[in-house]
Ligand binder design. Structure first.
Ligand code: COA
Ligand code: MG
Length: 287
């Protein structure tokens, strides 16, 4: 297990059957891609989608973290999906609808059986009530597991909930998965905002996810990338404060103290740790 060092502010779904979208990707600023073979691809197009993705991967943008979402455990496609990508240059395989410890271990077993290189990581989508309830068991053991992705549309549907602007109906589920991810040292990505035209709602959801602690947001359209990149990057004020915190704390330590004040606020070692995390992220996204 281990957290990714690559930024994951915007994680773009690209359906494998959409060759126009695949062509567009190299011009887009998404930090990561989920090349999709599952719900974004009709059953009759699964084979074609695999071929499209394999040719896309021959000249994939080198700056992006690249994952492939395979079809679910137990479907007629998943094993062929895995075989098709075993020798491709990808960073991780995304498994949809992981619901239990058994699912988690089965997914890891399939990756091993298919013969993926040891460095290929696992991402799990959590998108059902059972998956949320079992999250601590799901994240406990798989050694390749690196990231959780929230599937909030499936979740809202299964809960018989409604999509609301402030997302109260799913906040408990989001929080539980975030807790499990952090407890296990994993990355964790928020769900999509399906109303592409609703810019204000999208930005509010990005802010909310960033405040909660998510590493980034899954997005479905190029118009959502910039907002996610912005919301999940440390702001200029936060970076300025982070630099001060690191400096002041060093000074304090030289004087034999374990605490100091920056802008009237208490600074201890834990604040320095957080400041260093923000500065490291800023370095990677060239802020
Ligand atoms: N990735 C990369 N490029 C995308 C894209 C995506 N997800 N969605 C749209 N684009 C491209 C289009 O190809 C188009 O570029 P082009 O003119 O060079 O071809 C441009 O962005 C503008 O697209 P637009 O015309 O506004 O949208 P569209 O009608 O082509 O597509 C959707 C709209 C919703 C069908 C499409 O965005 C999509 O399929 N998104 C992903 C959905 C998905 O993966 N769902 C499963 C997970 S929730
Ligand atoms: Mg889903």
């Amino acid at each position: 297990m281990g957290q990714i060092t690559h930024p994951l502010r915007s994680v773009l779904y690209v359906p494998g059957e959409n060759t126009r979208a695949l062509k567009k990707v190299s011009t887009l600023e998404a930090d990561a891609l989920i090349l999709d073979l599952e719900d974004g691809v009709a059953p009759a197009k699964k084979r074609e989608a695999r071929e499209n993705l394999k040719s896309f991967l021959k000249s994939a943008p080198p700056d992006k973290y690249i994952t492939v979402r395979v079809n679910g455990l137990g479907t007629q496609w998943v094993e062929d999906d895995l075989r098709a990508f075993r020798d491709e240059k990808i960073d991780a395989i995304v498994f949809p609808k992981i619901e239990s410890h058994e699912d988690a271990m089965a997914a890891e077993g399939l990756i091993e059986e298919a013969g993926f290189a040891p460095k290929t990581r696992l991402w799990f989508m959590i998108e059902t009530p059972l998956g949320v309830l079992n999250i601590a068991q799901i994240t406990r053991q798989p050694t390749r597991l690196e990231c959780l992705v929230m599937g909030t549309n499936d979740l809202v549907k299964d809960l018989h909930a409604r999509h609301t602007p402030t997302r109260e109906p799913i906040l408990f589920s989001l929080s539980l998965c975030l807790l499990a991810a952090r407890a296990g040292g994993l990355s964790v990505i928020d769900g999509v905002h399906i109303d592409i035209k609703d810019r204000q709602g999208f930005l509010a959801a990005c802010r909310q996810g960033a405040e909660m602690g998510f590493d980034g947001k899954t997005v479905i359209h190029p118009s959502q990338i910039e907002g996610a990149n912005d919301a999940y990057a440390p702001s200029r004020d936060e970076l300025e404060e982070a630099r001060k915190i690191v400096l002041r704390f060093e000074e304090a330590q030289r004087m034999g103290k374990a605490v100091t004040l920056v802008g009237g606020k208490l600074v201890e070692a834990l604040h320095v740790e957080n400041a260093q995390r923000l500065l490291a992220l800023a370095e990677k996204i060239k802020r």
